[in-house]
Design a binder for this molecule. Structure first.
Ligand code: HEC
Length: 107
């Protein structure tokens, strides 16, 4: 009986550990690869679209959670901006987390 309880306890503790690892912060290395297209607009200091003229916000050093929240907002349509909605559409939750931690790592 004791062994049985210990086994159960082990499974619960191990399960918690494993799930906390899987929800850990995104992978900045992966994010760097996934953010390649983003940098076309977001990587250029003071970059403005030719027409219509609007400034592209700076993402480097931005908090990862903020970037993920913004991308989800574009994806759901809560934030409306044609270009960014199109950009966010193809991203999975993992992609967003990876991209977020990559931008957060830039200063
Ligand atoms: C064609 C240019 C372009 C590309 C490519 C692009 N963005 Fe953007 N992004 C913009 C513009 C312009 C805005 C400002 C939109 C607005 O006013 O809501 C923006 C806004 C954002 C914001 C919100 C920032 C804030 O402070 O509100 C995030 C986050 C973001 N982009 C992430 C990304 C990511 C991640 C990618 C790549 C998957 C990407 N963008 C690709 C032009 C671009």
């Amino acid at each position: 009986m004791r062994l049985f309880l210990r086994t159960i306890l082990f499974i619960i503790v191990f399960g918690l550990f494993a799930s906390s690892v899987s929800i850990a912060a995104g992978n900045a290395e992966q994010g760097k690869i996934k953010a390649e297209t983003c940098l076309g607009c977001h990587g250029i200091p003071n970059y403005k679209n030719v027409y219509p003229t609007y400034t592209v916000p700076r993402l480097g050093g931005q908090h990862a959670d903020y970037i993920v929240a913004a991308l989800k907002g574009y994806q759901s349509g809560e934030r409306s901006h044609g270009t960014m909605q199109a950009q966010a559409l193809g991203l999975s939750e993992e992609d967003m987390a990876d991209i977020g931690s990559y931008f957060q790592s830039l200063q």
